[in-house]
Write a protein of this length. Structure first.
Length: 220
């Protein structure tokens, strides 16, 4: 079983999954109360499935980009569990988790999360042999800057507020459905299983958060 922990933004998601199914999942909005909410929620999701940490195969965690505090709280909890119980740790980029839930199509997929203070973080994906692929950790800027880099026909998913919708409509960009826009820890667990099978695990002592960069000018 894999425990998946995603606290990268105000949307927090936890999941417990084996290689066949999702045993438990909890996704909620937090008012920046990660510190007091996440650890008890992890305990509850494990106890509800009658699973102990020692029974886990691995732990998967969102490593950013995202909220500085949110990412570090989730990563700190995941590292602590991995080190204390000698479990493999798998770090996954936040935007990869959103993209995972979208079926492949010919065209560009843009995953986006809120960064606070009117800013967003986004990355552009293209379909490839391994699914949605990108070389980007993520760019950070305003909705206007993000929309200006989008092309007619692009598909945008993630944490999209009304300001974002208004900007994207001007560029004739397709916006994801409500279910596509949820960043689920179940997708993080699925990525974690794949990487664990491939032996692509991280060292809990050295795994670090990743951060977004300022966007370049012009269309991406």
């Amino acid at each position: 079983m894999i425990l998946a922990i995603d606290t990268a933004t105000r949307v927090v998601s936890l999941a417990l999954a084996d290689h066949r199914s999702v045993l438990a999942e909890h996704t909620w909005h937090t008012a920046n109360n990660h510190t007091v909410e996440v650890a008890p929620a992890i305990e509850q999701i494990l106890s509800g499935a009658t699973v102990e940490v020692r029974q886990l195969t691995a732990i998967a965690v969102a490593i950013g980009p995202g909220s500085f505090t949110g990412v570090r709280i989730g990563l700190g909890l995941a590292k602590g569990l991995a080190l204390a119980h000698d479990k493999p740790l798998i770090g996954v980029r936040t935007l990869d988790i959103i993209a995972r839930g979208v079926p492949l199509f010919d065209g560009r997929l843009i995953a986006v999360i809120q960064a606070g203070r009117g800013r967003v973080i986004w990355a552009t994906y293209l379909s490839g042999p391994q699914g949605w692929e990108t070389a980007e950790a993520g760019s950070v800027g305003t909705w206007e800057e993000m929309a200006a880099q989008a092309n007619d026909g692009d598909h945008v998913i993630g944490e999209i507020d009304q300001v974002g919708i208004d900007h994207l409509r001007r560029y004739r960009v397709e916006v994801g459905s409500p279910e596509q826009n949820v960043r689920r820890a179940a997708w993080l667990a699925e990525i974690g299983w794949e990487r664990w099978r491939q032996g692509r695990v991280d060292d809990p002592a050295t795994l670090a958060p990743i951060y977004a960069r300022q966007p370049t000018s012009g269309n991406g």
